[in-house]
Structures are given as structure tokens and as C-alpha cells.
Design a protein around this ligand. Structure first.
Ligand SMILES: NC(=O)c1ccc[n+]([C@@H]2O[C@H](COP(=O)([O-])OP(=O)(O)OC[C@H]3O[C@@H](n4cnc5c(N)ncnc54)[C@H](OP(=O)(O)O)[C@@H]3O)[C@@H](O)[C@H]2O)c1
Length: 296
């Protein structure tokens, strides 16, 4: 069962588990393939888990949009922390294995690369909520596995759904824009992250002894400004309107570089190098639809 099956990562996880019997949940985005569940309701979470009794639960619900952290912090806390705790308790109650998705933002970004046991020290509300969620998940479901991921990109349903598609819109719009050229991010394809989720879920189902926390990330780091130049370069767009800035770094609430040390999981997966998706090879396909159409 995939909670958040309508979201950016959840859609990829649903695809990656396509040959399993999978139920995905959504909230606002309804679809025949998804059941509507409000994960802030204990009754609804317990009812859906009790009726479907899944073997494994992947929790892809979260609120990661900075404008929501700022304008509706109680709602963001509810989705990031309280819902994580409810789902974890429900999964344990029906004896399902649980994979919970967390973020590299639990780290402060001052001392990369971060091992799974590195001290967590988030610099913003989102990171603090993800940290609280990790602890809540492990207290409600001690055998749960937490997977920390960096910024994701992949097929988007709306331009603001990923950082990358948002940047692509700014490049193609042509209006003056300043993009941070200090904070380094490791954009990771949602389909690669989803394959990793599948591998962890399959190992959980086999009863394999897994770590309580894993990291997964692409290797190559980019600033937002660098990504904008790459988009412009690939599609022959002008860059005159794009200035390099340091707004994110100067804000104090964006970590500088949260590179995740992924050795443990890479070794456990034993994936050959050709299965890693390189940003330079993949980004054009993701941004192309947003260059041709008007970005909202
Ligand atoms: N995106 C990233 O760059 C990134 C990076 C690192 C970690 N993560 C983590 O990965 C996970 C998935 O992120 P994402 O980017 O895929 O998120 P997303 O696209 O915003 O999707 C969020 C999901 O939560 C669902 N949801 C929202 N409110 C709900 C409610 N009240 N009840 C039930 N479901 C509700 C949404 O359903 P509807 O849309 O149908 O309402 C959607 O399926 C999160 O834990 C996030 O923190 C994301």
C-alpha cells in the first residue's frame, strides 16, 4: 500500500510496484486507481489499513512546499509528523512492514557527506518536522525503515511540483530572475528513488534484516543557477535574464550542502553503475513539456 500515491514520488513508486497488488491513496487528486484517505484522520487510516491488511506500507505523504510551512505550519506539522505517526501505528497494528520517506533536510548542510548515523540538526521547520517524524515512526513502529532522499525531479503534473520544472519555467519565461548559486542540491530522479523503495519493500517482505535508516541520492551536485544554465544550454535559450545570487544561502534556513553518504544502501543493493540515472542525461526530458507550454 502506498500512502500518497498521487504525489510526485508516490506516482513513481506506484509504477515501480506495478506488477504487485498495490493500493495507492490520494487526498485532493482523485482517480479510479486510488482510494481517497485523509491521513490526518486516525479513523480513516485505521479503517483503510484494517480492510486492506497490506503486507508492506510505503508512506509518501508529506508537505514539502516552503509557502505552506510559512503560511499553514499547523497543517504542515499534521501531514509531516502526526500523519507519519498514525500510519506507523496503523502499520504495526496490522503487522505490515513500513517504509517511511524522509529528507536530507534533517541535516544542517555544514559538514557533508552525511552518514546515516550522523547527528541531525535541521535548520528549518520542514527539516525539524521530518526529524520529529523519523522519531515518531520509530517509536510507533520500531522495525520501520526510514529512507532519506534529497531533492527529487521527475515527470511533473504542474510546474511548481519540482524545483527543476520551476527553474525551467523561469528560464523560458525570460523575465529577470536571480537564482541561488551557493547551496548545492543533488537532484535525484523519482523513478530511481522508486526502484530503491521497491528493493527495500521486497527485502522487508523476505524478512531480511534491514537498517532502521538508509540514504539514497544521486552523486552529482548542482546549484539552482547551474541547473538553469544547463536547461538554457540544452534548449538554446538565452541566459541574459538569469543572475547568480545567494538568496537561499543568505536566508539562513536553507542548508548549504546535505550530500548523503549512500555507501550502505549502494553496497546492499549491489546495483551496476549503468542503472544510476545521471541528471545530465535525464533533465531535458523532464523539463521539455514546461518549456513549450505557458508555465502557470
Ligand atoms: N519532492 C522532493 O523533492 C522530496 C525530497 C526529499 C524527500 N521528500 C519526501 O518524499 C515524500 C513524498 O514527497 P512528494 O514530493 O512526492 O510529495 P507531494 O508530491 O507533495 O505528494 C504528497 C502526497 O500527500 C498526499 N496528501 C496530502 N494531504 C493529504 C491528506 N490530508 N491525506 C492523505 N494524503 C494527503 C497528496 O495527495 P493529493 O495530492 O491527492 O492531495 C500526495 O499524494 C515526502 O515525505 C517528502 O517529504 C520529497
Amino acid at each position: 500500500m502506498v500512502f500518497g500515491g498521487s504525489g510526485l514520488l508516490g506516482r513513481s513508486v506506484m509504477r515501480a510496484l506495478g506488477d504487485w497488488t498495490v493500493t495507492g491513496t490520494s487526498f485532493r487528486r482523485t482517480s479510479q486507481r486510488l482510494v481517497t484517505v485523509d491521513v490526518t484522520s486516525k479513523e480513516e487510516v485505521l479503517r483503510v489499513l484494517g480492510s486492506l491488511r497490506p503486507d508492506v506500507v510505503v508512506n509518501c505523504v508529506g508537505e514539502r512546499r516552503p509557502e505552506v510551512w510559512a503560511n499553514a505550519p499547523a497543517r504542515a506539522h499534521e501531514l509531516n509528523v502526526d500523519a507519519a505517526w498514525l500510519i506507523a501505528g496503523g502499520a504495526r497494528h496490522v503487522e505490515a512492514c513500513l517504509l517511511h520517506i524522509s529528507s536530507d533536510y534533517v541535516f544542517d548542510g555544514r559538514d557533508p557527506a552525511y552518514r546515516t548515523d550522523a547527528p541531525r540538526n535541521p535548520v528549518n521547520a520542514y527539516g525539524r518536522w521530518k526529524l520529529l517524524a523519523e522519531d515518531a515512526v520509530h517509536s510507533a513502529c520500531p522495525d520501520a525503515t526510514v529512507l532519506r532522499l534529497p531533492v527529487l525531479y521527475g515527470p511533473a503534473e504542474y510546474a511548481a511540483e519540482t524545483n527543476l520544472t520551476q527553474i525551467a519555467c523561469q528560464v523560458s519565461a525570460g523575465a529577470e530572475v536571480e537564482l541561488d548559486d551557493v547551496c548545492v542540491r543533488y537532484p535525484t530522479h523519482t523513478d530511481e528513488a522508486a526502484e530503491v523503495c521497491r528493493w527495500i519493500a521486497a527485502a522487508q517482505l523476505r524478512g531480511q534484516c534491514l537498517g532502521s535508516v538508509y540514504h539514497w541520492s544521486a552523486e552529482q551536485g548542482f546549484t539552482k543557477h547551474r541547473m538553469a544554465l544547463m536547461v538554457a544550454g540544452r534548449f538554446g535559450l538565452s541566459t541574459g535574464h538569469i543572475r547568480a545570487g545567494e538568496a537561499d544561502a543568505a536566508s539562513g534556513d536553507r542548508p548549504l550542502d546535505c550530500r548523503l553518504d549512500c555507501q550502505e544502501l549502494r553496497a546492499a543493493l549491489g546495483w551496476p553503475a549503468h542503472r544510476y540515472r545521471m541528471f545530465g542525461d535525464e533533465f531535458a526530458q523532464v523539463v521539455e513539456p514546461w518549456l513549450r507550454s505557458a508555465c502557470p
